[in-house]
Every structure is written in structure tokens, then in C-alpha cells.
Design a protein around this ligand. Structure first.
Ligand code: GLN
Length: 191
């Protein structure tokens, strides 16, 4: 894990929290803000929470979209949290997809106004019970293809994996519990 370098998309949203988590784990990382940042060696990618519509737009404007999509399709390990999950989904309910690399169907802002943000603790396959903060979160309506469900909250799918892609509706980077980042680095990333 010490050898790994992680690129964190840092055009908008909660990227700093992922940096803190990786610092705490002693994992090398850098911010991806513009196209030339993609020239740096990278073993894994994190797509943070934020606003998927804004991030999708910025990915295109900054000309990052195609190259990031291409790398994910070629096996670059990726963890998408919340808006990052929406970016990965092949189908977004009532909207068009963004990167569309993962066989999941998602619903945005899916818990309604009252439950916009909430906290729970649930089982996460291969990790155990973990804290799950949700912030105006999406949920996964359906996992198809090679996808595997890793966690549910309130009967809804909130974590899934497909090959080297990990999608989370909640925010492990704000929970103070580093086990999900560890899971990503140990199970989905070589080295
Ligand atoms: N509601 C946001 C969206 O649709 C996601 C929220 C988050 O990332 N915390 O993009």
C-alpha cells in the first residue's frame, strides 16, 4: 500500500477529505485539476463527492473526461463516492450518464428532502460494520453485469463493486474510519 500513488479528482467537491484519509494511511496522492496532471504516474483514482452535474461539466470543459473514462475502462482502479458514484454509473435515473463505466443504475438525491443527510452503521461485505454518513446521497437502484453488491442501508444498495471499480453512496472520507479506503487499496489496487 505504501508504494501506491492515488490521483484524486479535485475540480470540485469533497476532495480534501479524501486527501486527509490518504495522509492518515501514509499513501502518496496528488490532485487532478487539469489535463497535464494525468501525465503523472497513478495506480488508482478517487472521484469524490460534490455535485455530479458540475463535475461532469468540468470534466468535459477541462478535457479530462475522455482520458479518465478510457483509463477506467482499461482497468485503472477507481473509487467513486456519492457524486463520484453518479459519474461512474451507466444509467442515471431521469438524466444522462456521465462516464458510464459501471453497470449500475442510480437515483440522485434519492432519500428525499427530510432525509437529505443522515448517518447509519451497516455491514460492508469483507470489512464489517462501518459508519456511513450520507449527504444528499444517491442510491443504487440496480447492479447488473459483473457487479457485486457490497452494502445496503434501509433496503437500498449503497455500495457496489465491479472489477476494479468501487461505488459508494456514502462518504467514508468524512467518517474518520479508514477501513473503506484500506479495502479499496488492498483489494482493488495492485502493489
Ligand atoms: N446530490 C449530489 C449529486 O447529485 C451528490 C451529493 C454528494 O456527493 N454528497 O451530485
Amino acid at each position: 500500500m505504501g508504494e501506491t500513488t492515488v490521483g484524486i479528482l479535485a475540480v470540485q467537491g469533497a476532495f480534501a477529505e479524501h486527501e486527509c484519509a490518504l495522509c492518515a494511511l501514509g499513501v502518496r496522492h496528488f490532485q487532478i485539476r487539469q489535463k497535464r496532471d494525468l501525465q503523472r504516474p497513478m495506480d488508482a483514482l478517487i472521484l469524490p463527492g460534490g455535485e455530479s452535474t458540475v463535475m461532469g461539466k468540468l470534466l468535459r470543459e477541462l478535457d479530462l473526461f475522455k482520458e479518465i473514462r478510457r483509463r477506467i475502462l482499461h482497468g485503472l482502479p477507481v473509487m467513486g463516492t456519492c457524486a463520484g458514484l453518479i459519474l461512474l454509473a451507466r444509467e442515471v435515473e431521469g438524466d444522462s450518464a456521465y462516464l458510464g463505466t459501471m453497470d449500475i443504475r442510480v437515483k440522485r438525491n434519492a432519500y428525499g428532502r427530510q432525509l437529505g443527510s443522515f448517518y447509519t452503521e451497516q455491514d460492508f461485505k469483507g470489512v464489517g460494520r462501518v459508519p456511513m454518513p450520507f449527504i444528499r446521497a444517491p442510491y443504487i437502484m440496480k447492479v447488473s453485469g459483473q457487479g457485486e453488491i457490497l452494502a445496503k442501508a434501509d433496503e437500498k444498495i449503497v455500495a457496489a463493486r465491479q472489477g476494479r471499480q468501487l461505488a459508494l453512496a456514502f462518504h467514508p472520507e468524512v467518517s474518520g474510519d479508514l477501513r473503506i479506503h484500506q479495502y479499496f487499496l488492498e483489494k482493488l489496487v495492485d502493489k
